[in-house]
Design a protein around this ligand. Structure first.
Ligand SMILES: C[S@@+](CC[C@H](N)C(=O)[O-])C[C@H]1O[C@@H](n2cnc3c(N)ncnc32)[C@H](O)[C@@H]1O
Length: 363
């Protein structure tokens, strides 16, 4: 049965109120929504198009030179990992405990069932990433991923009183943006029957989508069979009307049938990919969506005041473990979606750090 947009027209959850405004960019009009926190701390745009530490700026070149110096890079990797774990544990995320539970579970059996042994990994995916030498293709990365994912929200909403509240706000605003866009632009295809979550990692975003649209069939897709095994193992313990299906594939060439989804979501995927892959993901989403279908990409906003004002130490550490950030910030994502054939491209600052970009496949 179809998920009908019951809460259509609702505004952002989590105590945020929204204001709509029109902006113009590159001759193309698009909607922007400014989200204001009840605390009065509205998510703000900085004065730049993108952070000065990204792209071809002197600061960026200096950071790149530091990272290229191998002995220093190894130290930065360790420091970065230490900062991430300490920050998470300070927010009451039991990082080490969550990791241990996964590593001591039967996740290894699920892995054998879920992995596609014929998968061909793109080159970028085989490099060290997030301070893991095997990138996302390791058990430690998979076991730590849920704790790392939860802390994204706390960094975005530091004033939230709990990690749950921060996640409700960040994830709630992202899903409101999807729902509102779909209702406004999908035309006769306003029911959400099929959802694809590309780059689902250990399934946190997929579970949010499945809970928001319980009568839709949700598919979580990721390149890492380790991450998917963690996702699938958790799902097996839940009782859901429509259990989530997990697919181990490249989001640029999924092998799934064309015109088979109403919503394709990519949450926090793009800043981890080179520009060519982001464009490939957008083209594949266009192929997979039905006419009237919605793509939604949520990720760091180049215009975020908070990100533009990050301390030099923090952005150097961040860039040392996420090598494609420059390409991400330099790419005009809205334009890339238009080039892929999407229309009604909208960009919304859904919290102080992140934007959600949505667009429609025309009839
Ligand atoms: C930060 S995680 C996503 C987190 C998750 N969507 C959430 O919001 O909870 C980024 C994910 O993108 C995946 N990824 C990167 N490139 C991909 C590709 N070409 N196809 C499928 N997944 C990809 C990575 O394996 C990783 O799991």
């Amino acid at each position: 049965m179809a998920a009908i947009l019951g809460r259509a027209g609702t505004t952002a959850t989590g105590g945020f109120r929204r204001h709509h405004q029109e902006t113009s960019r590159g001759g193309r009009r698009r909607d922007a929504v400014v989200v204001a926190a009840v605390t009065g701390a509205a998510p703000q745009e900085g004065s730049l198009e993108r952070p000065a530490w990204s792209g071809e700026t002197p600061v960026s070149r200096l950071v790149a030179a530091l990272i290229a110096f191998k002995p220093l890079y190894s130290l930065m990797k360790l420091a970065s990992r230490e900062v991430i774990i300490r920050t998470a544990e300070k927010s009451n995320i039991p990082w080490r405990e969550m990791t241990r539970k996964v590593l001591e579970s039967d996740v290894y059996e699920v892995f054998e069932r879920i992995r596609d042994p014929n998968i061909i990994y793109p080159d970028y995916y085989l490099s060290p990433f997030h301070a893991y030498d095997e990138g996302n293709l390791s058990w430690l990365a998979a076991a730590e991923a849920e704790a790392a994912t939860l802390s994204i929200a706390k960094r975005a909403i530091p004033e939230a009183t709990s990690i749950e509240e921060a996640n409700q706000i960040v994830r709630g605003n992202w899903m409101n943006a999807i729902e509102e866009h779909h209702l406004k632009y999908s035309g006769e295809n306003c029911q959400i029957n099929d959802i694809l979550d590309i780059g689902c990692s250990v399934g946190v975003s997929t579970r949010y989508l499945a809970e928001r649209f319980p009568s839709a069939k949700a598919v979580g897709l990721d390149l890492s069979p380790y991450f998917l095994a963690v996702a699938a193992q958790k799902e097996e313990q839940l009782c859901r009307q429509n259990p989530i299906r997990w697919v181990n594939a490249n989001g640029e060439a999924t092998g799934l049938p064309p015109n088979s989804f109403d919503v394709v979501s990519l949450a926090y995927v793009c800043h981890e990919c080179p520009a060519g892959a982001i464009i490939g993901l957008a083209k594949e989403a266009f192929r997979l969506l039905r006419p009237g279908g919605t793509i939604a990409l949520t990720d760091n906003s180049p215009k975020s005041k908070v990100l533009q004002e990050l301390s030099p130490v923090l952005f150097t550490l961040m860039k040392s473990t996420e090598p494609f950030q420059d390409e991400y910030y330099m790419l005009d994502l809205e334009e890339a979606l238009s080039q892929a054939g999407f229309v009604n491209v909208c960009s919304v600052l859904t919290d102080p750090r992140h934007r959600t970009v949505t667009a429609t496949v025309p009839y």
